[in-house]
Design a protein around this ligand. Structure first.
Ligand SMILES: [Ca+2]
Ligand SMILES: [Ca+2]
Length: 165
């Protein structure tokens, strides 16, 4: 147990919007999100996917909406490895969010909403690339042996892509 209050905390922070986060704590913190102190007014926490509660403390006020706080590891691609992309089976999150005009894409850059509505959490689910953690072009360049520099020396040699063009 880390014993800290929460994963995302707004202290003395009016107007803070904490939307579309995926938080899997496995019991290591008490709260997924916390707003604290009377100056923390006009806050919002919406479309968050977590396995711990949201806490309003010491007079803080925030609007809460469409948060799913009963997340389990089985909803995600590889939670032990930190990959919290949604699986297709995570139907309690997919298309279950509020569609917010302030959030038009997800942490992959995928457009929101896709399908009927925005998905709860940081990921907007897209079939076929739910395990993707980097842009396809960058991944292709690093994975394809033909794209690797041929004169690279592991001693820290500098490679200039322009030599081949
Ligand atoms: Ca959707
Ligand atoms: Ca996505």
């Amino acid at each position: 147990m880390s014993g800290s209050d929460g994963s995302i905390i707004a202290w003395n922070s009016p107007g803070t919007q904490i939307d579309h986060n995926s938080i899997l704590l496995n019991g290591n913190e008490y709260y997924a999100i916390e707003f604290r102190f009377p100056t923390s007014t006009n806050g919002a926490a919406r479309n968050n996917l977590a396995d711990a509660p949201i806490h309003l403390r010491d007079g803080a006020a925030a609007t809460l909406g469409s948060n799913l706080l009963t997340a389990v590891p089985g909803m995600f691609v590889n939670p032990a490895g930190g990959d919290l992309h949604l699986l297709a089976s995570a139907t309690s999150a997919i298309d279950q969010g509020l569609t917010l005009s302030t959030v038009i894409n997800d942490f992959d850059g995928d457009r929101r909403p896709m399908g009927d509505r925005s998905d709860i959490g940081a990921d907007e689910f897209t079939a076929g690339n739910s395990g993707r953690m980097e842009p396809p072009a960058a991944k292709a360049a690093s994975d394809d042996p033909a794209m690797r520099p041929t004169d690279y020396q592991p001693s820290g040699d500098y490679y200039d892509w322009r030599k081949t063009r």
